[in-house]
Design a protein around this ligand. Structure first.
Ligand SMILES: *[C@@H]1O[C@H](CO)[C@@H](O)[C@H](O)[C@H]1NC(C)=O
Ligand SMILES: *[C@@H]1O[C@H](CO)[C@@H](O)[C@H](O)[C@H]1NC(C)=O
Ligand SMILES: *[C@@H]1O[C@H](CO)[C@@H](O)[C@H](O)[C@H]1NC(C)=O
Ligand SMILES: *[C@@H]1O[C@H](CO)[C@@H](O)[C@H](O)[C@H]1NC(C)=O
Ligand SMILES: *[C@@H]1O[C@H](CO)[C@@H](O)[C@H](O)[C@H]1NC(C)=O
Ligand SMILES: *[C@@H]1O[C@H](CO)[C@@H](O)[C@H](O)[C@H]1NC(C)=O
Ligand SMILES: *[C@@H]1O[C@H](CO)[C@@H](O)[C@H](O)[C@H]1NC(C)=O
Length: 657
């Protein structure tokens, strides 16, 4: 995984850790309860036993009754009784974990020496007939369960859920698990944060292998090889909804065959984040019948190259896609005009294109009324996009990109002036963050009309630093109703001049938030005192967390995308990823406070700033490779020095002569 990738991911994870601090799914609730109270599993199992009432006294072997178990405790306290066969399987599983005793006592696992798994074995749940339907061996406290992923698990043929999350199991994924019939009821299989090695077995994609499987978590292991095209056979995964493959060492291309109609009819989320995939995005995946239910496609942080397939914009494809996250790759070519065509990406909310090798201009078509109607987040920073910013995106009617909240275009090669049309009334009714910084060919003045009442009513942060802007600060930007929500304006690294307009003091009078304006370095011609409600600062020395709780590196002037990731702004796909405990960049190789900070998008400071909470969470988790918030490994790296106070240098400008 690339170091810059890690920085963003760490920041994302930090936010995600906060965002998922509360239980978000039944699974997570269980995990959290288990953490708080290690006996939870016991009670859960007992509860089931009690509900089973009169109890199943007979013991069965492969479904045949063989008489009473002979355990007095079982007779006194009726509970479903597992078959001797399944008892034997559980014991074999326990025996495959040489450090069971130590890991078990650390993690609140008890009962496993007793002979009645359905009553009191932590992590074992039975149905009323005494079949073992859930096996949950999770580690929250190292040392973790260490052993191999044996074929034996598949002998528990009634399992609906097998959760070996955050354990320490190694070895290849057993091919035998895919024999037709052995896991015919399995709906949930989680092997995240283990040490599984070898390739994905092609056999796991045999039709009939996992007919009921809805969630498959293989992320954060040491899996290698190519993604098997065989998994794209029609009928391979007829029920699968969630497929997490991130943070492994997969190579090769995304298999076009996975787009075969009928292969993944119910897939809702596919994540292959942080692997070593190459090749281009398969045009086949954009066929009408490919991935009919897919909502989140997360391919960030690989080495995917080639163009964005224009055919993906054909109407009929990607009907349900809400998140397309392909940032941190090597994708080249231009933004396809077709993606703004009628019916293209009707549900798309989050489009992550940043840090690729994209060229060309922003397509006019993306600003047609009705184009990308649900787009909330467009990030294309750190590319080589060029040309002028299209006026069409600003109107003429509010039907253009009506839901856009975040637009990140920093560190490209845009030229021309800031489009006056973007200041049309209600052109961007929802826009909170606009980052046009580090486009050295953006010239001209700050448009007067961007300060008109009802222009940018929601804009909180406007980043314009390191461009070639000239002229005076518009008085209109401080008038009644002007940029009411703005709290950060970065202007450093331009050639702006003249006084800070006295009208800007009206902001305070209207009850608007305090406005922090980064004016230095650069802008040598600016002068005068700062109006009430406006704080002028320099980016030079601002090394600590900044005004927004994030931070600025010494040079980028708060130009940090991660600090914008308020929980509510997290792309849904990532939220789901974290909520599901599938985490992002587990093995984190991030270098914390940002020696690798390159662009404006990913600032060191912000990683540190927001890495704080996540860092410490991740820290605890990383010792056992993950936790319920999907914590990034890397622990004490993303985190670090976050929590120091504001460290801004306020600036005195010279008097205007
Ligand atoms: C699991 O099933 C295989 C094949 O049926 C059998 O050979 C093996 O003995 C079983 N293991 C246990 C522990 O029952
Ligand atoms: C995982 O197992 C390895 C040995 O295979 C051991 O060195 C390591 O400490 C274990 N990790 C945890 C968290 O238990
Ligand atoms: C992972 O498994 C390999 C063998 O497959 C072993 O060499 C390595 O030590 C294991 N790593 C951990 C952290 O357990
Ligand atoms: C997917 O899109 C179709 C057609 O727009 C819609 O009927 C269906 O409900 C959507 N599914 C989900 C899970 O949103
Ligand atoms: C930026 O755009 C200009 C034309 O506007 C072009 O001459 C220059 O080569 C571009 N630079 C890069 C790095 O793409
Ligand atoms: C940073 O701050 C120190 C004093 O705290 C000052 O001496 C120094 O000149 C500042 N550096 C810049 C580049 O403004
Ligand atoms: C902005 O410009 C300053 C001065 O030229 C430079 O030191 C800094 O690295 C630039 N920041 C970014 C993010 O490019």
């Amino acid at each position: 995984m690339s170091a810059p990738g890690v920085l963003l991911l760490i920041a994302l994870l930090a936010t995600a850790a906060l965002a998922t601090a509360r239980p978000v799914s039944e699974e997570d609730q269980r995990l959290q309860l288990q953490r708080q109270d290690p006996s939870y599993g016991d009670r859960q199992a007992q509860g089931q036993g009690q509900r089973a009432g009169g109890g199943v006294q007979s013991v069965t072997i492969n479904g045949s009754p063989v008489g009473p178990s002979g355990q007095p405790t079982a007779a006194e306290r009726p509970a479903p009784t597992a078959s001797i066969y399944e008892l034997g399987v559980l014991r074999a599983i326990k025996d495959s974990i040489p450090n069971w005793n130590e890991a078990a006592s650390n993690n609140g696992y008890s009962g496993w020496d007793d002979a009645v798994p359905c009553r009191g074995w932590t992590g074992v749940h039975c149905d009323r007939a005494g079949n073992i339907v859930e096996l949950i061996i999770v580690c929250t406290q190292p040392p973790c369960f260490t052993g191999s992923l044996t074929p034996t698990y598949a002998n528990l043929s009634h399992l609906t859920k097998l959760d070996l999350y955050t354990s320490n199991l190694s070895g290849p994924l057993p091919e035998g698990w895919a024999q037709p019939g052995v896991f015919s009821a399995l709906a949930f299989l989680r092997l995240s944060f283990n040490n599984a090695s070898g390739p994905l077995p092609a056999a796991w994609g045999s039709p009939g292998a996992f007919p009921k499987l809805r969630s498959l978590f293989l992320n954060n292991n040491n899996l290698i090889g190519e993604l098997p095209p065989q998994w794209g056979r029609p009928g391979a995964f007829p029920s699968l909804e969630l497929l997490f493959l991130g943070d492994n060492n997969f190579i090769g291309s995304l298999p076009g065959a996975w787009g075969t109609s009928g292969a993944f009819p119910h897939l809702s989320l596919l994540s292959v984040i942080s692997n070593c995939l190459t090749g281009s995005l398969p045009p086949e995946w954009g066929a009408d019948e490919a991935f009919p239910q897919l909502q989140d496609l997360i391919l960030m942080d690989n080495r995917i190259n080639g163009p964005l397939p224009s055919g993906w914009g054909s109407s009929g494809a990607w009907k349900n896609l809400t998140g397309l996250l392909v940032a941190f790759n090597e994708i080249s070519g231009s933004l396809p005009p077709e993606w703004g065509g009628p019916g293209a990406f009707p549900a798309l909310g989050d489009l992550y294109l940043h840090r690729n090798r994209l060229t060309g201009s922003l397509p006019q078509t993306w600003g047609q009324p009705g184009a990308l109607p649900n787009l909330r987040w467009l990030s294309a920073f750190d590319n080589q996009l060029s040309g002028s910013l299209p006026s069409s995106w600003g109107g003429p009617s509010p039907l253009v990109l009506p839901n856009l909240r975040n637009l990140f275009l920093s560190n490209n090669n845009f030229s021309g002036s800031l489009p006056v049309d973007w200041g049309r009334p209600n052109a961007f009714p929802q826009l909170r963050n606009l980052d046009l910084s580090v486009n050295s060919a953006l010239v001209g003045p700050l448009p007067d009309n961007w300060g008109l009442s009802s222009a940018f009513p929601s804009l909180q942060q406007l980043r314009l630093h390191n461009c070639s802007l000239r002229g005076e600060l518009p008085g209109s930007w401080g008038g009644p109703g002007a940029l009411d929500s703005l709290s950060l304006l970065t202007l450093q690294g331009n050639q702006l001049s003249g006084p800070i307009p006295a009208t800007w003091a009206q902001r305070a009078a209207f009850g608007n938030p305090e406005l922090v304006v980064v004016v230095r370095p650069g802008n040598e011609g600016l002068c005068g005192s700062s109006p009430e409600g406006v704080t002028l600062v320099s980016a030079d020395n601002s090394t600590g967390p900044g005004v927004t709780g994030g931070a600025a590196s010494a040079t980028d002037g708060f130009g940090a995308v991660p600090l914008l990731l308020a929980a509510g702004d997290m792309p849904q796909g990532l939220l789901r990823t974290f909520a599901a405990g599938a985490g992002g960049s587990g093995s984190g190789s991030g270098s914390g406070s940002g020696s690798v900070s390159r662009g404006p998008g990913i600032s060191s400071g912000s990683s540190a700033g927001q890495g704080g909470p996540g860092g410490s969470t991740g820290g605890q988790q990383s010792s056992y490779r993950g936790g319920s918030s999907g914590g990034s490994g890397s622990s004490n790296r993303g985190g670090g020095s976050s929590s120091s106070g504001n460290n801004l240098n306020t600036v005195q400008l010279p008097n205007c002569s």
